[in-house]
Design a protein around this ligand. Structure first.
Ligand SMILES: Nc1ncnc2c1ncn2[C@@H]1O[C@H](COP(=O)(O)OP(=O)(O)OP(=O)(O)O)[C@@H](O)[C@H]1O
Ligand SMILES: [Mg+2]
Length: 330
């Protein structure tokens, strides 16, 4: 979508401030909702256009305001550890509740966007900033532009892999302008589609089965540079699919088409899936949920993965005091 069209769609001037964009967006969503009631089938495309216009303009403004200090401030810490601000902290303490775009969009779009997608709902919040930090640290650790298939895993289930994948992919596409694919590689317990609510039903498994092409299954999502490839048809035997030679071919193809492929993968325990994934990807980030997984388990899991592939750990859902610099060795 061209910028001129965005301004036209939101009925605002080129020099509109973020607050004016927010107001215009609020109004457009209100009008859309009224129309939706009258004719539900025709309006989904319209809604997507409104969001596309909003995100294009806001991305431009955000880039200006967030190419900032705290990334470089935190960038020089321990190289083996990654961290991010817990999403829960944002909700409970309202870190992103200053007046502005993020508040407007959060209030207007809670039906459409899952509240855990904080990088979208509250782009200027400290939590979103930490996802940007996470990406810059990851880039430093990868060190080579050719390495771009990134698996997000964890020791056990429920540590925040999917939430981390969603938010990380969002900032990579929106704030860093990289063409990004979010791939649901958790074939036994795929979740990306439920957080996004609208992703299609066909996905990776269907491509592996030869029932669909990548183009059939990839869904554009929220930003022009962000696409989602859902897991697709549910399968019980994920190992059978992941070990197909075609799996490697698909990932190679995706690596050609995208700057980064963020893969939401299964936990390391108790499944064997990560043994396969660890050979297929360029890097692994391990999400560790604070207070949930013991240090011993994390240590064992890290030892079970190829050490050259493990980029670091992401501490999820922990109390963070922004005045301090938190690191946690593994
Ligand atoms: N930082 C956080 N703050 C608050 N809630 C969180 C946070 N991270 C994850 N959650 C919540 O914890 C639950 C598990 O998160 P998520 O689905 O991302 O985990 P997962 O590792 O992908 O789980 P699974 O192994 O079942 O796929 C969800 O209800 C999610 O909303
Ligand atoms: Mg998950």
């Amino acid at each position: 979508m061209k910028k001129e069209e965005c301004y036209e769609l939101l009925k605002i001037k080129v020099e509109a401030t973020p607050e004016e964009i927010q107001k215009a967006f609020d109004l457009a969503v209100k009008e859309y909702r009224a129309r939706e009631r009258a004719s539900p089938s025709q309006t989904e495309r319209e809604f997507e256009k409104i969001v596309a216009a909003y995100r294009l303009l806001i991305r431009e403004r955000n880039r200006d305001s967030s190419s900032g200090s705290s990334i470089s401030e935190n960038g020089g810490g321990r190289e083996d550890v990654l961290k991010h601000q817990p999403v829960s902290e944002v909700y409970s303490k309202g870190a992103g509740h200053e007046k502005g775009i993020q508040r407007g969009i959060a209030e207007n779009m809670t039906d459409e966007i899952d509240k855990h997608l904080v990088a979208f709902l509250e782009p200027r919040s400290p939590a979103s900033e930490q996802y940007r930090v996470l990406f810059t640290r990851t880039q430093q650790l990868l060190g080579n532009a050719l390495h771009k298939l990134l698996a997000i895993s964890s020791s056990v289930k429920g540590e925040g892999k999917t939430v981390t994948s969603l938010n990380l992919a969002t900032v990579i596409a929106r704030d860093f302008g990289r063409r990004t694919l979010l791939l649901d590689g958790d074939l036994k317990k795929p979740d990306i589609h439920s957080y996004l609510r609208r992703a299609g039903k066909m996905g990776l498994v269907d491509v592996l089965l030869g029932k669909a092409t990548l183009e059939d299954c990839m869904v554009p999502f929220l930003f022009e540079d962000l696409f989602v490839l859902p897991a697709g048809t549910r399968c019980e035997n994920s190992l059978k699919f992941l070990s197909m030679p075609k799996m490697g071919e698909i990932l190679a193809q995706l690596a050609k088409e995208f700057d980064y492929v963020i893969i939401d993968t299964p936990p390391v325990l108790p499944l064997a899936d990560m043994n396969i994934f660890s050979n297929l990807v360029d890097g692994i980030l391990l999400v560790v949920r604070a207070g949930k997984t013991s240090r011993d388990v994390v240590k064992k899991v890290l030892e079970s993965l190829p050490s050259q592939k493990v980029l670091g750990v992401i501490l999820n859902d922990m109390e963070v005091n922004f005045k301090k610099h938190y690191t946690a060795p593994y």
